[in-house]
Design a protein around this ligand. Structure first.
Ligand SMILES: Cc1cc2nc3c(=O)[nH]c(=O)nc-3n(C[C@H](O)[C@H](O)[C@H](O)COP(=O)(O)O)c2cc1C
Length: 339
């Protein structure tokens, strides 16, 4: 049923990853990616909008804007506010629904020579399952599903990302309904993110992605009102990188499931920080808004960065900080029951 992921992984002439010295391939459970640089859902349109700026075939994969079963108008404006170190948004999953996606976007997306990971969000367990079934039945072009159980801007969906039992139920429901690889996108707006990641792993997720945005707020004190129409929104960008790194590290050092790092990534240093802390791949979000070419550039820079830490493959670099720490201080990283 899946598609391009096989072809998409073949190194091609002229690609930086074709370098014999560094193997950029990434394995996320059943999903193989040509390289670890992905674009985050909601920040890269449906990829078509970016095709004139970016050579999409250079990327490890793209994640179109989250789709829902029925069309959604999204939240009232304002929907975005720039803050001192990031962006607040309350888009509210504005999209035309799964039927419009399959009819209007998937035919284009399946022509791309990169992995297309489709982000879905349901208000109920049944909606997630229905979305997965429809996308699998739609034919080739979908490399994997990312379950958005973490959007802070809608009521309903986020519960799946804050309650381990609800998370387990929705991931296992989708797991039973499709053979597509499943990535569960987690929210940082919880006390113990490892518990949610463990539930997703136990339910059969191929990988967990963290993080979605942090719930925040901006105020116009002169007007005595919130800046966003929905009052609260999700914070993204440089401000959230330390939180995202902490989440990746906590999960990668506790569980045996691939982790995709997201949050404030804009430079090669950012990418490498996530990789050594345990990320098998990364997604670039807010940075696309001010530099849509950033992801392609990061792919080009990655082999040299890996060489700096004497790594010849992504697999050897992922989590190398954890193994180094464990060997220098065996007590610090006692294997947990789940690792
Ligand atoms: C304007 C905007 C819209 C977003 N829409 C979605 C979405 O539809 N689905 C989703 O899973 N995440 C969405 N996100 C969250 C991003 O995918 C990403 O998880 C988050 O922004 C953190 O990464 P960053 O700091 O690199 O932006 C959105 C983020 C922004 C800024």
């Amino acid at each position: 049923m899946t598609n391009l992921s096989t072809n998409a992984n073949e190194p091609r002439p002229g690609q930086s990853q074709a370098s014999p010295e560094v193997d950029l391939r990434v394995q996320l459970g059943r999903l193989t990616l040509r390289n670890p640089i992905l674009t985050a859902s909601g920040t890269f349109g449906y990829a078509r909008e970016m095709a004139g700026l970016v050579d999409l075939s250079q990327l490890g994969g793209v994640l179109p804007k989250t789709i829902t079963l029925a069309p959604r108008a999204g939240n009232t404006p304002w929907r975005t506010v720039e803050t001192s170190a990031g962006l607040l948004n309350s888009i509210g999953l504005d999209n035309d629904g799964v039927d419009a996606f399959i009819a209007g976007h998937l035919p284009y997306l399946r022509t791309l020579d990169t992995a297309v990971i489709v982000s879905i969000a349901g208000k109920s367990h049944e909606e997630f399952v229905e979305l997965a079934k429809r996308l699998e039945a739609a034919g080739p072009g979908v490399a994997a599903l990312e379950l958005n159980i973490s959007c802070p801007n809608v009521t309903g969906g986020v519960d799946f990302g804050t309650d381990p039992m609800a998370c387990h139920a929705v991931v296992s429901g989708v797991r039973a309904a499709t053979s597509l690889p499943i990535l569960a996108k987690l929210t940082p707006n919880v006390t113990r993110i490892v518990d949610i990641a463990r539930a997703a792993a136990d339910a059969g997720a191929d990988a967990v992605c963290c993080i979605n945005t942090l719930l925040g707020m901006a105020v116009d004190w002169r007007k005595r009102r919130a800046m966003l129409g929905n009052i609260m929104g999700g914070l993204s960008g440089p401000a959230i990188k330390p939180v995202a790194l902490r989440c990746v590290y906590q999960i990668a050092s506790t569980l045996n499931i691939p982790v995709v790092g997201i949050g404030g990534i804009a430079t090669m240093d950012d990418v490498m920080e996530f990789i050594v802390a345990g990320a098998s791949a990364v997604q670039i979000g807010t940075a696309n808004y001010y530099d849509p070419t950033v992801s392609q550039r990061l792919v080009e820079q990655l082999p040299a960065a890996l060489a700096q830490i004497d790594c010849r493959s992504m697999a050897s670099a992922t989590g190398c900080m954890l193994t180094q720490r464990a060997s220098s201080n065996p007590i610090a990283l006692q294997p947990s029951a789940t690792k």
